[in-house]
Design a protein around this ligand. Structure first.
Ligand SMILES: *[C@@H]1O[C@H](CO)[C@@H](O)[C@H](O)[C@H]1NC(C)=O
Ligand SMILES: *[C@@H]1O[C@H](CO)[C@@H](O)[C@H](O)[C@H]1NC(C)=O
Ligand SMILES: *[C@@H]1O[C@H](CO)[C@@H](O)[C@H](O)[C@H]1NC(C)=O
Ligand SMILES: CC(=O)N[C@H]1CO[C@H](CO)[C@@H](O)[C@@H]1O
Length: 327
């Protein structure tokens, strides 16, 4: 028969075991849970309804004039073809050098997101000398105080480029990370951010468009940010990405193109809830810097080229098949 002492130690051990089990059952699954539920599946006019057209002066000083939605409709800079949404810059107007820049778009999502997955199914991205397209996540201020995730960004058709974080001071990335891309800098608060070159020339610009585009996806959690890319004919694209359904689990998608852990970067103070931003500017601080522009093999100076060659911007458009968001 069990005496009181051994019963008591049995009971204590039982309680410990029960606590450990309940910890495993209740705490661990949520900590390990990487399944997200779909909250938006945006095509056609629903896609456009989820965004606001920002008409601010360009924070990166581009040769651009961000128009509102009615102007974009009137000038056919926005169109819907079945499910697909096309957002383009003006490609018919020769600009007065003393007047405003080239009409284009800067769309900001009405909702903000913290922990989430977004899958962009993109058929075409803006191309041409002087172009500087971006798909980013950023807070309201257009500064990097609340952090900024550049999912796709590049200039002057140069490939492959570039997924990056931009933050306030005291946020760096480890040199060695589980990702297929190549780190270009580890200090996320530096001017160029902690960028990662995506290891595939078809991730950007004309080669991306020739392929029929592909899929970019971002996963943001409290402890890491991952960016994934698959070109259109990539047989390894997960079905969850190519045929987005009710749930996704990015832990089944393989090694990300870019991976940004929170090891030397406190996410809670460096990243606020973010809007999704889709924009196209011309020239400005990056694309238009003399060194960058001339190194890309583009003619003339960036601003003169953008002013004088409207037809060079007939390929300056995004075409989205779908944007799926999971939370
Ligand atoms: C997803 O939906 C399921 C079923 O409604 C729910 O149990 C689960 O908590 C949801 N997950 C998230 C991350 O919200
Ligand atoms: C920098 O961040 C670390 C955590 O990532 C924190 O411990 C440290 O206090 C921060 N330093 C400054 C100057 O904010
Ligand atoms: C860039 O090049 C243009 C034309 O050659 C020149 O006028 C301008 O001063 C240059 N800007 C800088 C910052 O070097
Ligand atoms: C291949 C290529 O153009 N890579 C460029 C990507 O962007 C970084 C940062 O601007 C450049 O240093 C690379 O040359």
């Amino acid at each position: 028969m069990m005496n009181w002492n051994s019963f008591s130690s049995f009971a204590t051990r039982f309680l410990h075991l029960a606590w450990a089990l309940s910890y495993l059952l209740l705490v661990m699954p949520s900590a390990l849970c990487t399944t997200y539920n779909r909250t938006s599946s945006l095509v056609a006019y629903q896609f456009l309804d989820a965004f606001t057209w920002q008409t601010i002066a360009d924070p990166v000083h581009g040769r651009v004039n961000y128009v509102n939605y009615p102007t974009a409709q009137q000038d056919s800079l926005v169109s819907v073809h079945g499910d697909r949404v096309v957002l383009r810059a003006d490609s018919t107007t020769t600009l007065d050098p003393t007047g405003p820049g080239r009409n284009s778009f800067r769309l900001v999502s009405n909702e903000r997101y913290t922990t989430h997955v977004a899958i962009f199914d993109i058929a075409h991205m803006p191309q041409g000398c002087g172009t500087w397209p971006a798909i980013s996540e950023i807070d309201d201020t257009s500064s990097t105080a609340g952090g900024k995730i550049d999912i796709i960004e590049g200039v002057n058709d140069q490939t492959p480029n570039l997924s990056s974080l931009h933050t306030s001071a005291n946020c760096t990335m480890p040199d060695s990370r589980m990702m297929t891309g190549e780190a270009q800098g580890d200090d996320c608060s530096s001017g160029s951010g902690c960028g990662v070159d995506i290891d595939d020339p078809a991730s950007y610009g004309p080669p991306f468009n020739t392929m029929g585009g592909g899929w970019y996806a971002v996963e943001r959690t409290a402890t890491y940010i991952s960016i994934f890319f698959w070109k259109r004919n990539d047989a390894s694209v997960p079905r969850q990405v190519s045929h987005p359904g009710r749930t996704v689990d990015p832990s089944t998608w393989g090694i990300p193109a870019a991976y940004f852990p929170n090891i030397d970067c406190d996410f809670s103070t460096h990243f606020s809830p973010h809007h999704i931003m889709i924009s196209l500017t011309f020239c400005g601080d990056w694309a238009g810097s003399n060194a960058t522009y001339s190194a890309s093999g583009c003619p003339s100076t960036c601003v003169d080229f953008v002013n004088q060659n409207p037809s060079a911007f007939s390929g300056a458009y995004f075409e989205f098949n779908r944007l799926s968001i999971y939370q």
